[in-house]
Design a protein around this ligand. Structure first.
Ligand SMILES: Cc1cc2nc3c(=O)[nH]c(=O)nc-3n(C[C@H](O)[C@H](O)[C@H](O)COP(=O)(O)OP(=O)(O)OC[C@H]3O[C@@H](n4cnc5c(N)ncnc54)[C@H](O)[C@@H]3O)c2cc1C
Length: 323
């Protein structure tokens, strides 16, 4: 016999800073939130050791600890956290409509409101040496980890706007930044290229790719290869930043929610509202600008408040309609 369909007031998809912050606010507003953790319980911060820039931790905190604490805070107010992956959705177009959610291809849920906090995954090169040294000097976030390489020599891979922006951010902190651009030109806007070119401690290597990241436990150097001549060269660095883009985790929402050309969910104005009534998006999944834990948490708070206000409006309209 198949399981009965469960009705949930506020379903939160994702357990990163956005999802858990939404849960804290939703639980305190008595929306009885249920969080589905997905394949990475705690989100991206569980892949990093040191978080130095989240307010409230004067000594810094390691990512997994911070995420366990956020989960505990959400649970303290009655959030139910479940391990499971949302595999399909069918969002209603109606104001006050019920959204149908499938978890792990089997469990059926009906939700009055849905908060999407599924994040965006950084793209990596996926070479063995890069993967081995992730967290040991290989990072996909210059704003997060650049500080740890103050006064040191680092390299960055990528030629788009994000890479150019992160290279200039690193140039302010580090002694030297070597920028590896795969093509013979950068994709970044002219203004960003100008910024990178104007900084003396950035050296741009065109037609250049990573051959191998060197080091056993931590990054000690980089072997680069010129993809035109095949010539290889080693440089000493302590940090390697990968800035070749992010992929928002939105595949299951395609065709139902408005997204930009790269798959980020579009939210309305200053709110977290999507194009479907009662469906809200928070965190990196709708933010390609900032992608920080604190901004994700901020929009998680907004999403819970938006959900609460939406439910109150729906309820009041129902009352009016039936009078
Ligand atoms: C190595 C690294 C270091 C970082 N360091 C810092 C730092 O020091 N400071 C800082 O502010 N930021 C840092 N960041 C950025 C920060 O981690 C992100 O901005 C933040 O985690 C985004 O939060 P989020 O809640 O939007 O998404 P995420 O943290 O990405 O969480 C997404 C969640 O959604 C879940 N999910 C995805 N798909 C589904 C599905 N179909 N069903 C159910 N669940 C699903 C995942 O399992 C995960 O729990 C770092 C990022 C990385 C990669």
């Amino acid at each position: 016999m198949s399981e009965p369909v469960e009705r949930i007031k506020t379903l939160i998809i994702g357990s990163g800073p956005a999802g858990y912050t939404a849960a804290i606010y939703a639980a305190r507003a008595d929306l009885k939130p249920v969080v589905y953790t997905g394949m990475e319980p705690g989100g991206q911060l569980t892949t990093t050791t040191e978080v130095d820039n989240f307010p409230g931790y004067p000594e810094g905190v390691d990512g997994p600890t911070m995420m366990v604490q956020l989960q505990q805070q959400a649970e303290r107010f009655g959030t139910e956290v479940r391990v499971g992956m949302v595999t399909a959705v069918e969002f209603s177009d109606e104001n006050g409509g019920i959204h149908k959610i499938t978890v792990d291809d089997s469990k059926q849920i009906e939700a009055e409101t849905v908060i999407i906090s599924t994040g965006a995954s950084a793209k990596y090169l996926n070479t063995p040496s890069e993967q081995r040294l992730r967290g040991g000097g290989v990072s996909a976030c210059a704003v997060c980890d650049g500080f740890f390489y103050k006064g040191q020599e680092v390299a960055i891979v990528g030629g788009g706007d994000t890479a150019a922006e992160e290279a200039s951010y690193l140039a302010n902190i580090c002694k030297k930044v070597t920028m590896l651009v795969r093509k013979d030109h950068m994709r970044a806007s002219k203004a960003m290229q100008h910024r990178v070119n104007s900084l003396d401690n950035i050296e741009i290597r065109y037609n250049t790719e990573v051959d191998e990241v060197l080091g056993d436990q931590v990054v000690e150097g980089l072997r680069m290869v010129n993809n035109q001549t095949g010539e290889k060269e080693e440089i000493a660095i302590t940090g390697l930043f990968i800035a070749i883009g992010h992929k928002p985790n939105t595949d299951i929402f395609k065709g139902q929610l408005e997204m930009d050309e790269t798959g980020y969910i579009i939210t309305r104005g200053k709110s977290t509202k999507t194009n479907k009534p009662g469906v809200f998006a928070s965190g990196d999944v709708q933010d390609k600008e900032y992608r920080q834990a604190v901004t994700a948490a901020g929009t998680g708070c907004m999403a819970a408040l938006d959900a609460e206000r939406y439910l109150a409006l729906v309820e009041s309209k129902e009352t009016v309609d039936t009078e």
